[in-house]
Design a protein around this ligand. Structure first.
Ligand SMILES: [Mg+2]
Length: 368
């Protein structure tokens, strides 16, 4: 596997509604599309950190810089034994996982095309679909939250995840239960609570939720273990699980019961699979989260989510859910809560070059 050329396109697409979580808000989605050419095949990946650096310190601008000035030129012309060799090399490079994932996942697309397999089969999935869950952000009023859920529930989403933060938690869950009854429901706090709020989670225990995603700060694994012991509902870790070592430590401390694996956060499929297999060994439940990404990243998430042991619906939603437009053809669709996975080799979605040009902020070719 030799890397012959990389074309990076930074695109920006307006969101249907602002995406607001406990520590920030965005109105547009930035993504860096990485088209990688190797041995006559072109694979696509997406580097998709949240703009505004409120999920992690990475931004579209910082990842662009790393891809254009470091990782892109470093990998160009390099010959690798195979995909695993290339993925491992990328993992060992300096820089952010959110930058590396763009190139790493493009190589999986190339390898799947070379083997004539759909991406999810290359990853080891037997299922031909992924279950999709609806995620809703924070809103100014309860009515807006309830209306958003009501708007999308008819698409059959398999569960609803609502964002919470201190002061906007129990009342929201109470209202959702009152309006929608016993739907599968979970919370995501994006690390906005501390152990001082333990009683909030004890009260939430009364509402029969599937899980509490990332109640505490990413590094607060000891505190998370204390919280987990004090409540009935399983804790799911997201921000905490950046590396394999994080997973080992959190498992040892019993800080959680469910892992949210994000391909972006861990730097690509190789690391995502490593975490996935270790979680299976440890008997931990798994599901696949998103940033959310544009179509390429979302399609990758759906593919990973088809693996056995991904016991909960993914955050991957229909293209139309968040974005006014998307760069893939066809758009990602959710029917009866399911995303049907393509059976064509590789990613299985075409990249719409006209859309790339329409939404382009910057473009850079890296070639010899
Ligand atoms: Mg999360």
């Amino acid at each position: 596997m030799q890397i012959d050329r990389i074309t990076l396109t930074h695109v920006r697409i307006p969101l249907n509604e602002p995406f607001r979580i406990s520590n920030g808000e965005v109105a547009e989605k930035d993504g860096i599309v990485c088209a990688v050419e190797s041995d006559g095949l072109t694979g696509h990946g997406e580097s998709s950190p949240m703009a505004g650096s409120f999920y992690s310190t990475d931004t579209p601008e910082s990842c662009w810089k790393q891809l254009v000035t470091q990782l892109g030129p470093a990998i160009l012309g390099r010959e690798f034994e195979n995909l695993d060799d290339a993925s491992q090399w990328i993992d060992q490079q300096p820089g952010s996982n959110f930058a590396k994932v763009g190139i790493e996942t493009a190589l999986w697309d190339i390898e799947a095309q070379r083997q004539g397999k759909p991406l999810h089969r290359l990853l080891g999935a037997e299922r031909d679909h992924a279950e999709s869950g609806l995620a809703v952000g924070l809103y100014d009023t309860q009515e807006q939250l309830l209306n958003t859920i009501a708007k999308y529930l008819p698409d059959g989403y398999k569960r609803v995840k609502i964002k919470i933060c201190p002061g906007h938690d129990i009342e929201l869950i109470k209202a959702v239960r009152a309006r929608f009854g016993d739907i599968p429901l979970m919370t995501d706090a994006n690390a906005s609570y501390t152990l001082a709020d333990l009683n909030v989670y004890q009260k939430l225990d009364e509402y029969g939720l599937k899980m509490y995603e990332q109640p505490l700060k990413g590094e607060a694994l000891e505190d998370s273990a204390i919280l987990q012991r004090a409540i009935k509902t399983p804790i799911c870790l997201d921000e905490s699980l950046e590396t394999f070592q994080d997973l080992e430590r959190a498992a040892e401390l019993q800080s959680f019961k469910i892992a949210n694996i994000k391909i972006q956060r861990v730097g690509g499929f190789r690391n995502a699979l490593k975490l996935y297999h270790r979680c299976r060994e440890l008997g931990l439940s798994i599901w696949v989260g998103t940033m959310p990404e544009l179509g390429i990243g979302q399609a990758q998430g759906a593919a990973l989510s088809a693996l056995d042991g991904c016991d909960y619906p993914t955050d991957v939603e229909a293209s139309r859910r968040w974005f006014q437009d998307d760069i893939i053809d066809p758009f990602l669709a959710v029917k009866n809560g399911l995303i049907k996975l393509p059976e064509t080799p590789g990613l299985g979605y075409k990249i719409n070059e006209d859309k790339l040009r329409k939404y382009q902020i910057a473009r850079q070719e890296i070639k010899s």
